[in-house]
Design a protein around this ligand. Structure first.
Ligand SMILES: Nc1ncnc2c1ncn2[C@@H]1O[C@H](COP(=O)(O)OP(=O)(O)OP(=O)(O)O)[C@@H](O)[C@H]1O
Length: 293
C-alpha cells in the first residue's frame, strides 16, 4: 500500500512551471529521501500533499485520500514539519502546543519530546532563538504520533547533538511502522535514515533508487600505476569513463565489474592499484547535473 502517491502532478505559479508531471510513490512504512537542487519543486510538492496550495493538474493520494477533499481528520494523521515554520509569535510554547494537541485530539508523545529536546515552553515564541523555535516546530510534528511524517529540511537550525537526537527519533517512529517523507540537503541524514531516495529536478522525479543501488551505479574511482608510461587506449573499455593519464599513472571511473579492466591491463607491469567507492555527495551532484543537461 502507498502512503503517498502522486501522478502527473502539475503546479504553475502564473508562468512559472514549478511541477511538470511529478510521479511519486512512497510505500507505507518506508523512509524516503526527497532530494534535489534549489528550486526543483520539493516544497511545492510538500505543500500540495498538505493541501496548503492547490495543484494545477494531476492526482494526489495521501493515506488513501485526496488531501484536497479529505478535510482535517486526514491532517491529524500527518506530522508536518515545514522548512520555515511560521509559529504564532505571542503564544508561549505551552499555549501553542496545547492548542494543537486539543485540535488533534491528543498528543501522547508531548511530554517525552519536550524532555528529550529541552524545549522552552514558558516564554513567548517571538523571544526564542531560531534553534528553540525549530524545536517547538519539531515537537508539534511528532507529538500526536501520526502515521505519516512529512519533514521539510527538518534539522536546519539544530545543533549537532539535537540533530542526532532527531535522527534517533525518526528511526524510532520508522521502527514503529510510520512512513517518513524527508526532504533534506544533509547527506549524512539522508544516508543514515533512508534506504530509498527520489531525486527531483525541474518539477519531475528524475530518479528513484536505493542508496546501495546509487552507489553501485556511481561506480568506483580507480587509480592504476604501471612500471612504464601507458596510453589511454589501453583502458578504452565499456564501463570505463573519465580517463586521465599522467605518465605511468591512469585514473578512471569504473562502472560495474572490474573484470574486463583487469584483463586489459594484465599484460602490463602494474605496480600499484587503488579503488574507492565514490562519495554519496558526488553521486548526488552527478544526478542533479544529469537532470540539468
Ligand atoms: N509562490 C510562488 N510564486 C511563484 N513562484 C514560486 C512560488 N513558490 C515557488 N515558486 C517557484 O517554483 C519553483 C519550485 O520551488 P520550490 O520552493 O518548490 O523548490 P524547492 O525544491 O523546495 O527548492 P529549495 O531547495 O530551494 O527549497 C521555483 O522556481 C520557485 O521559484
Amino acid at each position: 500500500m502507498s502512503a503517498i502517491r502522486t501522478s502527473g502532478l502539475v503546479k504553475d505559479y502564473g508562468s512559472v512551471h514549478a511541477l511538470r508531471g511529478l510521479d511519486l510513490d512512497v510505500a507505507s512504512g518506508e523512509v524516503l529521501g526527497f532530494l534535489g537542487p534549489n528550486g526543483a519543486g520539493k516544497t511545492t510538492t510538500i505543500r500540495i500533499l498538505l493541501d496548503l496550495i492547490r495543484r494545477t493538474a494531476g492526482t494526489v493520494e495521501v493515506l488513501g485520500q485526496d488531501p484536497r477533499t479529505a478535510g482535517p481528520q486526514l491532517r491529524s494523521r500527518i506530522g508536518y514539519l515545514p522548512g520555515e515554520p511560521a509559529l504564532p509569535p505571542t503564544l508561549t510554547g505551552a499555549e501553542y502546543l496545547g492548542y494543537l494537541a486539543s485540535l488533534r485530539g491528543g498528543a501522547p508523545r508531548l511530554d517525552d519530546l519536550v524532555r528529550r529536546f529541552g524545549v522552552e515552553l514558558r516564554r513567548p515564541i517571538r523571544t526564542l532563538s531560531r534553534g528553540n523555535k525549530q524545536k517547538i516546530a519539531l515537537v508539534q510534528a511528532f507529538m500526536h504520533a501520526p502515521e505519516l511524517y512529512v519533514l521539510d529540511e527538518p534539522t536546519s537550525g539544530l545543533d549537532p547533538l539535537l540533530q542526532q537526537e532527531f535522527r534517533t527519533l525518526v528511526a524510532e517512529v520508522a521502527g514503529d511502522g510510520a512512513t517518513v517523507f524527508l526532504s533534506s540537503h544533509v547527506l549524512a541524514e539522508v544516508e543514515q535514515l533512508t534506504r530509498r531516495v527520489a531525486i527531483v529536478r525541474s518539477g519531475r522525479v528524475v530518479d528513484v533508487d536505493d542508496i546501495a543501488g546509487l552507489r553501485a551505479r556511481a561506480g568506483q574511482e580507480v587509480e592504476l600505476t604501471f612500471a612504464a608510461p601507458v596510453d589511454a587506449a589501453l583502458v578504452d573499455l565499456p564501463g570505463v569513463s573519465d580517463v586521465h593519464v599522467d605518465g605511468a599513472t591512469v585514473r578512471l571511473l569504473l562502472h560495474g565489474e572490474p573484470d574486463a579492466l583487469l584483463r586489459a591491463v594484465a599484460p602490463r607491469h602494474v605496480t600499484r592499484i587503488r579503488a574507492e567507492d565514490r562519495e554519496l555527495e558526488d553521486i548526488f551532484l552527478d544526478l542533479y547535473r544529469e537532470g540539468a543537461a
